[in-house]
Ligand binder design. Structure first.
Ligand code: SAH
Length: 391
């Protein structure tokens, strides 16, 4: 094992994983850390560059495939570390081409990733946590509770797995790749691992998916929005709003009680100051039939965003239903009227088409459901203690 001091201060998630499994997951290391590790094995630095390229550029998931690395070194690596930790349990393909991967961590927790083929550029939606501690009433993932945070390596590996499946191992994404951190979990409650993964994925000698191709969505962890504003190479921000008043938002997104709309939108105001010219951020608004979709609520939403002078665009997402969630999607005509009201008050609003609903791959449908029980919540995963979370 590398000495813990070697990574002090900036690698807690990695050390956590290595102590759990007694093996270091190399996909979660930056090039510099990988070099330190490889040099610690008494090997020259260029071997680290080969290994980094093997993991991230060629997307190899075992040392055995790295045939440019000597056999003895591959054996040495295998004793102390691992190239991959996730296993794909199932893959579901939607009628619209969307693919959902249900994977498992080395310690048995579910991880879901969605590949969404698009005309211009394909998108991969990754998870930041196994399960989710937030108890949003319209989201199926909430029913799992938080199982655990994912490590940076586990986040990176989700993208490697999806790309390999979509295009073939080592085959370059033909049109580049967009990433959205909109899968299971609240990314801003796993901020350090998330940002570490984003930095690793941006490496030109690796996946080379730069932060401006990445959008991260939060249910409203206000202090992290402010922190994100200070990071130069940062991903785009999306904020899940779902309601124009605290009263309703407290019900739908209970974390609102901790950071109510004035705090959340205050943080967004600060974030807006950090935008480059022409850059935008996004609000997501799930449309729940008869709950948050009236003309009056559209006006309240527009007035709210205008009051804070937020020049964000609003994405309206018709609710993706799943048993036993007690909501139905707003009818298309209602969504359109809502959109028109926002536009009439100067708010740019777009309707998002749901993808992968038939395989429970759409927004808010990720709950580790398998093929035989697409209609049931997986109950074999015991939710972790939510109180241990610093929220
Ligand atoms: N926890 C983060 C990341 C998840 S993103 C967040 O809340 O932003 C998932 C997006 O899908 C969020 O905008 C959420 O509001 C939305 N969503 C959740 N459940 C949904 C559902 N059943 N139908 C449509 N959208 C949903």
């Amino acid at each position: 094992m590398p000495s813990p001091s070697m990574f002090t201060g900036h690698c807690s998630s990695m050390l956590e994983l290595s102590s759990q499994m007694q093996s270091l997951h190399l996909a979660g290391l930056s090039p510099t850390e990988l070099t330190e590790f490889v040099e610690g094995l008494g090997e020259p630095a260029y071997r680290a560059r080969q290994i980094f390229a093997g993991l991230h550029q060629r997307r190899l998931r075992s040392f055995a495939e790295m045939t440019d690395v000597p056999k003895e070194l591959r054996a040495k690596l295998g004793k102390r570390s691992t190239a991959s930790t996730l296993t794909v349990e199932s893959r579901y393909v939607s009628a619209d081409g969307t693919r959902r991967y249900l994977m498992k961590t080395h310690d048995g927790f579910p991880v879901e990733t969605v590949f969404i083929p698009e005309k211009r550029r394909d998108t991969i939606c990754f998870s930041s946590q196994s399960g989710c501690p937030l108890q949003c009433t319209f989201c199926l993932t909430a029913q799992l509770g938080l199982l655990r945070n994912l490590t940076a390596g586990e986040i990176v590996e989700q993208i490697i797995i999806a790309l390999n499946d979509a295009y073939g191992v080592s085959v370059k994404a033909p049109r580049g790749t967009n990433l959205v951190g909109m899968g299971a979990g609240e990314p801003f409650l796993n901020f350090e691992s998330l940002m570490r993964a984003i930095r690793i994925m941006a490496e030109p000698d690796g996946l080379h998916i730069v932060p401006r191709r990445v959008t991260v969505s939060t249910a409203g962890i206000a202090p992290r929005i402010r922190e994100l504003a200070t990071i130069p190479a940062r991903p785009h921000l999306a904020v899940s709003l779902a309601a124009p008043t605290d009263e309703l938002r407290n019900d739908l997104i209970p974390i609102n009680k901790k950071w109510p709309l004035n705090e959340l939108l205050g943080a967004c105001e600060d974030f807006q100051k950090s935008l480059k010219p022409g850059e935008r951020f996004t609000f997501e608004y799930v449309m729940l039939d008869g709950v948050n979709d009236s003309d009056e609520q559209a006006r309240q939403l527009a007035n709210l965003l205008n009051r804070y002078e937020l020049r964000a665009k609003v994405n309206l997402i018709p609710h993706n239903p799943a048993e036993p969630l007690p909501y139905q999607p707003s009818p298309a005509a209602r969504v359109e009227t809502f959109r028109e009201i926002l536009e009439s008050k100067g708010i740019h609003a777009f309707v998002r088409q749901p993808r992968g609903r038939d395989i429970l791959a759409a927004c808010g449908q990720l709950a580790a459901r398998g093929a035989t029980n697409l209609a049931q919540t997986a109950s074999e995963f015991a939710p972790a203690k939510v109180e241990s979370l610093a929220i």
